[in-house]
Design a protein around this ligand. Structure first.
Ligand SMILES: Nc1ncnc2c1ncn2[C@@H]1O[C@H](COP(=O)(O)OP(=O)(O)OP(=O)(O)O)[C@@H](O)[C@H]1O
Length: 259
C-alpha cells in the first residue's frame, strides 16, 4: 500500500489557558488520509477539528504523537499545502486579482506573467472572471470565499485544507459552493481535508468521513461514502445519501450545534 498523504499517530494535544489550567483538545488520534482522497471531519463544536487542521498545516505542534505529511514529520508550514479558513481574510485594499496573487508577493517573490495567467484561469473557474478589478467589500460573502479558494489553489497545492469554509453562507449558496468545490477538486484530484459541522455537506463531499466525539476529540468512526461521483443535486435526494446522513446523525446524537 502506498504511504498516506497525511498520517496521525497517537496524537494528543493540550492547550494551556491563561489561568494555567490545561485543556485536552485531542486524545489518541490515529488516522490516515490517502493520496487523492476527499476526507471530511465532522463533529460537535469544540471537539478539536480546527486543532487537527492546524497540526497538519504546521501552525502548531502536537503535545504527543506524530503528524506526517507525505511521510515527513511536520515541522512548520509547507508551500504544498493550501488553506481556506472560515472567513476569507482578504486584504481590503487589494483588488480580487491582487488578493489571489498576494501569497506570492508575501513569500518575497515577483508575480510573473504565468502567475497572473493562472490566477485569471482560476477566477474563471470560480465564476469571477468579470470581478478581477473589484475590491472585497464589493463582493458577496460567497464571492469572497470563492476568491479565498482561488488564492489557496494558485500555488497548485498537493493538499487543500478547508476549515468550515462555507459556514457563514446561506444554505443555497452553500450547496452551490459545494458542487463548485467538487468540480474544482475533480479537475485536479489533489488530497482534500474539509472540516464541517454540517452532516449534509460531509456526505455530499466526502470519500471518507471521520466522525469525532466531543472533547477531548477522538475519532469515533470512519465511514466510507459509497455514493457515485460526480455528485449532483440528485445525490442529495438519493436514499443511500439519506441513510448515511441518518447514521452520522445518530452517532452524534446528544451532541449539539449540528444540522
Ligand atoms: N489557543 C487555545 N487556547 C486554549 N484552548 C484552546 C485554544 N484553541 C482551542 N482551544 C480549545 O480546544 C478545544 C478544541 O478547539 P477547536 O477549535 O479545535 O475545536 P473545533 O472542533 O474546531 O470547534 P468549532 O467547531 O466550534 O470551531 C476547544 O475546547 C477550545 O476551547
Amino acid at each position: 500500500m502506498s504511504t498516506p498523504a497525511i498520517s496521525f499517530r497517537a496524537i494528543a494535544h493540550d492547550f494551556r489557558s491563561t489561568d494555567g489550567s490545561v485543556v485536552r483538545a485531542l486524545h489518541h488520534i490515529d488516522m490516515e488520509i490517502r493520496h487523492g482522497e476527499f476526507a471530511v471531519v465532522v463533529g460537535p463544536s469544540g471537539c478539536g477539528k480546527s486543532t487537527l487542521l492546524r497540526l497538519i498545516a504546521g501552525l502548531i505542534a502536537p503535545t504527543a504523537g506524530s503528524v506526517r505529511v507525505f511521510d515527513h514529520p511536520v515541522t512548520g508550514p509547507r508551500d504544498d499545502i493550501g488553506i481556506v479558513f472560515q472567513k476569507p481574510t482578504l486584504l481590503p485594499w487589494l483588488d480580487v486579482l491582487s488578493n489571489i496573487t498576494f501569497p506570492i508577493r508575501h513569500r518575497g517573490q515577483l508575480v510573473t506573467a504565468a502567475d497572473t495567467e493562472r490566477a485569471l484561469d482560476l477566477l474563471d473557474l470560480v465564476g469571477l472572471a468579470d470581478f478581477r478589478k473589484k475590491f472585497p467589500d464589493e463582493l458577496s460573502g460567497g464571492m469572497q470565499q470563492r476568491v479565498g479558494i482561488a488564492r489557496a489553489l494558485l500555488s497548485e497545492p498537493d493538499i487543500l485544507l478547508m476549515d468550515e469554509p462555507f459556514s457563514a453562507l446561506d444554505a443555497l449558496t452553500r450547496d452551490e459552493m459545494s458542487f463548485e468545490l467538487l468540480r474544482l477538486w475533480s479537475a485536479r484530484r489533489g488530497t482534500a481535508l474539509f472540516i464541517t459541522h454540517s452532516i449534509t455537506e460531509a456526505v455530499l463531499l466526502a470519500d471518507r468521513i471521520f466522525v469525532m466525539s466531543p472533547r477531548p476529540g477522538r475519532i469515533r468512526e470512519t465511514l466510507a461514502v459509497d455514493l457515485p461521483r460526480p455528485r449532483t443535486p440528485e445525490t442529495l435526494r438519493a436514499p443511500r445519501f439519506q441513510e448515511l446522513a441518518a447514521h452520522i446523525r445518530n452517532q452524534l446524537l446528544g451532541t449539539h450545534e449540528l444540522h
